[in-house]
Write a protein that binds this ligand. Structure first.
Ligand code: NAP
Length: 319
């Protein structure tokens, strides 16, 4: 029997270098992870598949013990590209089905075929004199209906969306024949997203917080500064001192305790263990409130910023 529920903690796979990725996945499974958060765009799905295969061959788990999520990239939103995109992801992962397939961004870009470039990333043509993104006129409803067909075909058990705001989610519920299973959004104490999370939960969706450690993921991309780390906040440090846990564990626990699942990424074995070891303590109501009060609506992963800075294209999706 496949897992009925998505495990609350998964391993995020963005920016795990291909050469380290199979081992990271194997290590994660060996220390107890049963949920992996993959994507075409991360450029490491073959290596994720190698790690899964090795773990299953060594008897660490069975396929049905794992919850595996992947994401449809922006260039494959047109209805004729959705199924081939998932089939490519499945071939790379060495799997027959996913547990969850998500629309990665509510941004439709022009198609790039697999032979020309995979993953195609953000530019239409990175070798152009002045490379830019190029949008495609594909409504999200078309993409969603093509996602629904993937469930009927048995290629994924559930479907969902990432990076949708409240208005897009409300609109989706008006045309969906199959309801989304999950919403994946950036959320940490500097971006608590309370209204959106309440809406998604009222609609019956699971909410997964990405970048649950906030700035840390964005330091290496020069999209955040060290002094923007939430781990140095007094509310977090006090809770860590009281519970004997690390600041990172406190921040991860805060998200779990408010009912979100989390997918922290680490390529270090001791942190993989640390990030999973958050179920033997609780934050008090006061600690929860003090951490939530750090909210500054600070978004690190904002296409309205990084598409202009890195891809010469104005692409705001949040106002
Ligand atoms: P994250 O998991 O919040 O943070 C990762 C960073 O924190 C890495 O630099 C990692 O370094 C460090 N770290 C991990 N555990 C730590 C600990 N216990 N103490 C101190 N530092 C620690 O950020 P993320 O990778 O951006 O987000 C998680 C996952 O969400 C991604 O991997 C991806 O799967 C998903 N995601 C989805 C979207 C989307 O659009 N749907 C966008 C972004 C991310 P080391 O590796 O060196 O340990």
């Amino acid at each position: 029997m496949p897992l009925e529920k998505m495990p609350e903690v998964g391993l995020g796979l963005w920016k795990i270098a291909p050469e380290d990725c199979a081992q990271s996945v194997y290590d994660a499974i060996s220390v107890g992870y049963r949920h992996l958060d993959s994507a075409c765009d991360y450029g490491n799905e073959k290596q994720v598949g190698e790690g899964i295969k090795r773990a299953i061959e060594d008897g660490l788990c069975r396929r049905e013990d794992l919850w595996i999520t992947s994401k449809l990239w922006n260039t494959y939103h047109a209805k004729e590209h959705v199924r081939p995109a998932l089939e490519k992801t499945l071939a790379d992962l060495g799997l027959e089905y996913l547990d969850l397939y998500l629309i990665h961004f509510p941004i439709a870009q022009q198609y790039v075929d697999f032979e020309s470039r995979y993953p195609p990333e953000w530019f239409l043509d990175p070798n152009a004199e002045n490379p830019k993104m190029a949008f495609a006129k594909v409504p999200l409803s078309e993409t969603w209906h093509a996602m629904e067909a993937l469930v009927d075909a048995g290629l994924t058990r559930e479907i969902g969306v990432c990076n949708y705001n409240s208005a897009l989610l409300m609109d989706l519920m008006n045309y969906a024949n199959k309801k989304p299973f999950a919403l994946q959004i950036e959320s940490h104490p500097y971006l608590t997203q309370e209204k959106l999370i309440k809406l998604a939960k009222n609609m019956g969706l699971q909410v997964t917080a990405f970048s649950p450690l906030g700035a840390l993921s964005y330091l290496e991309l020069n999209m955040a500064a060290q002094n923007e780390s939430v781990l140095v906040q007094e509310a977090v440090q006090k809770a860590a001192a009281r519970t004997g846990k690390t600041e990172a564990q406190v921040v991860l626990r805060w998200n779990i305790q408010r009912g979100c699942s989390i997918i922290p990424k680490s390529s270090k074995l001791h942190r993989l263990k640390e990030n999973l070891d958050i179920f033997d303590f609780s934050l008090t109501e006061d600690e929860m409130q003090a951490i939530s009060a750090l909210n500054a609506n600070k978004r690190f992963n904002d296409p309205g910023e990084f598409c202009q800075a890195a891809f010469n294209t104005h692409c705001p999706i949040y106002d």
